[in-house]
Ligand binder design. Sequence first.
Ligand code: SF4
Ligand code: SF4
Length: 474
Amino acid sequence: MNTSNQTPNKEEFRDHLATVTEEGKRIWIYPKKPSGNFHKYRVIVAIILLAVLFFVPLIKVNGHPLMLLDILGRKFILFGIAFGPHDFHLFVLTIIGLIISIFLFTVVYGRIFCGWICPQTIFMEMVFRKVEYLIEGDANKQKALNKQSWNGEKIFKKALKQGIFFILAFLIANALLAWVIGIDALVELASKPIPDVLGRFIAMILFTGATYFMGAYFREQVCTMICPYGRLQGVMLDPNSIVIHYDYKRGEPRGKIKKDEEQNLGDCIDCHLCVDVCPTGIDIRNGTQLECINCTACIDACDEVMVKVKRPEGLIRYASKNEIETGDRKIFTPKAIGYTIVLILLFSFITFLLSTRSDFELSIVRTAGLMAQEQPGDKLSNLYDVKIINKTFNTLPATLELNNMPGEVKLVAGDITTQPQGVSEGKFFVIIPKESIKSLNTPIEIAVKANGKIIDVIKTSFLGKVAGQKLENK
Ligand code: SF4
Ligand code: SF4
């Protein structure tokens, strides 16, 4: 048994949570230390993801973070490209795209995300649990330690474990915070008096407390009780979804191997190891369950048993319900392939939107309701409004020039030097010699320059006067 109490009767498992007694008390799970091929691959993936978590916030491009997810400040940097409030439409499209992607991915591939990528699973199974095994030993030793009285050994081990848990929670919380506020703000938090950085300090305390609580105490309850993604699995999965399944057709009737006895049993030898390793305390042989986070521990445990008893591996494996029922081991059904193609197209679309986004938004329009004005030197002028949105991290010292005919541009209101991530507005005259104006509405081009380079050319029109013709404003 992997729990401190009895796991629920298998006929009644759908009416119970594996980690709660009928009286509503928590059943503490003591999963046996996992090992095996899937576990090795999961460790590698976890190391890569933890490296991303801790080291990516340290990377800077041109003095700015490579990645920043400042939700409260509505400022995001993805691979060095800044996205601000002006990119709200992109943000909404990306979120909608991600929600559809998660839905499609789950329909086809079940809870692969939970087992391999979810931060909670990685922190719990690959960080906190590893420390626990190191200090307190495997499941049986942990149970024994918890039962024994508070002697020196128990106090030392428990204090050491909780101390390391707290340090880990602090480190993880700061790494998460670095993604949200940036590494510079985090360094400031460490170096300035608390009143000067009070908001960040409170955020750090909350992040640390939540991480510690989830790693040291709440554990699998996060997946089974809080996580909305986990709760929605029931409506997302269908009989073709690929999840972790026990092949009941092959395994049943289960039973222990008895030497020198004729037995008409399936391949499951009822060793209970798949249950003993489960971090959510369930028996996968009962079928797909809400609590299963697809961590693969039961696959590894069962494969090891199958090798020992000289039976084929894969009694518990990634499979769809239909595959188990029909025996047709076809993982990629036409539906799975179709959804995967839609997923790839969706991601390509989002990537296209993000990568083709311009650094600036410029608009120049002739000021409504105003006619051409006479200017000294036999010239005419029109008044225009200019608006510049600078999405970069650098100040944009914009200047305006008439591009396609002789004439001048004269800024009369505002300042069009635009601050990083800022907006500037101004008004300017375009002044053109009368001899260059051949019609009532002359197309003109205004070049917007920054640091001597043209960054955009805006096409608009110049309202003129031509001898013998009426003046009109189009
Ligand atoms: S049933 Fe298997 S895959 Fe699911 S959570 Fe338990 S050990 Fe992990
Ligand atoms: S580990 Fe495999 S053989 Fe052992 S009880 Fe689970 S399914 Fe049966």
